[in-house]
Design a protein around this ligand. Structure first.
Ligand code: DX5
Ligand code: ZN
Length: 221
């Protein structure tokens, strides 16, 4: 495994009234994870493109946009055009994942595909060569602060096996319930990008929490 573990704090657990300050508090992070929810694909509603553009303009850290929205074919390219480093769409919401990946990459972003806990990896093996990132959800998408689901780790293990065998080239990202108690399991399974909302923004010192999580993940691999 060549890549160093990457930590992507989730702004979902930040203070939405102070987002410019909140991104500065995690300046040592690798990506800043932005959860876009539309109250259709998931029951919750968060923020959209205008706010992402405002964050992009002030963030010292590249943006990792996680689109929990219907009709990603229509909306996702705008996030790439806004300058996000990685834009992830949900497999369950896509009618043509290949087309989305192509459009995201044409707009200059990495293309990510997310799968919910109940979605099999096998269903998307044929399209994954078009993507740069696979996001394996370790909670049901929709809310921060939920408990990690270790039962999804076999999907991370299988994806890691395919990457190591040279069949796929992907960042393997996990999202949901990642903290000091769970990150080692996810790292051991083969994840290399770790989203953490409450574990980073709930800490007294987010910068120290990021460093500690990164060190824990590196040791576990
Ligand atoms: C949940 C979001 C996550 C969430 C993670 O639907 O996709 O990114 O912010 O929050 P924690 O780390 O608190 O589980
Ligand atoms: Zn997320």
């Amino acid at each position: 495994m060549s890549r160093e573990p990457m930590i992507a704090p989730s702004l979902l657990s930040a203070d939405f009234a102070r987002l410019a300050d909140e991104v500065q508090r995690i300046a040592d992070a690798d990506w800043v994870h932005v959860d876009v929810m539309d109250a259709h694909f998931v029951p919750n509603l968060t923020l959209g493109l205008p706010v992402v553009k405002a964050i992009q303009a002030v963030s010292p850290v590249p943006l990792d946009c996680h689109l929990m929205i219907d009709d990603p074919e229509r909306w996702a390219p705008g996030y790439a055009e806004a300058g996000a480093r990685n834009v992830t769409v949900h497999a369950e919401a896509c009618t043509d994942p290949r087309a989305v990946a192509r459009d995201l990459k044409a707009a200059g972003a990495l293309a990510g595909l997310a799968i919910k806990p109940g979605t099999p990896l096998e269903d998307y093996l044929d399209v994954l060569p078009e993507f740069d990132t696979l996001l394996v959800m370790t909670v049901e998408p929709g809310f921060g602060g939920q408990s990690f689901m270790p039962e999804v780790l076999p999907k991370v293990r299988e994806a890691r096996r395919l990457v190591e065998a040279g069949h796929l080239q992907l960042f393997l990202e996990v999202d949901g319930g990642i903290n000091a108690d769970t990150i080692e399991q996810a790292a051991e399974a083969g994840a290399d990008v770790f989203v953490a909302g409450s574990a980073v923004y709930g800490a007294d010192d987010p910068g120290r929490a990021i460093a500690a999580l990164r060190a824990q993940a590196a040791r576990a691999r």
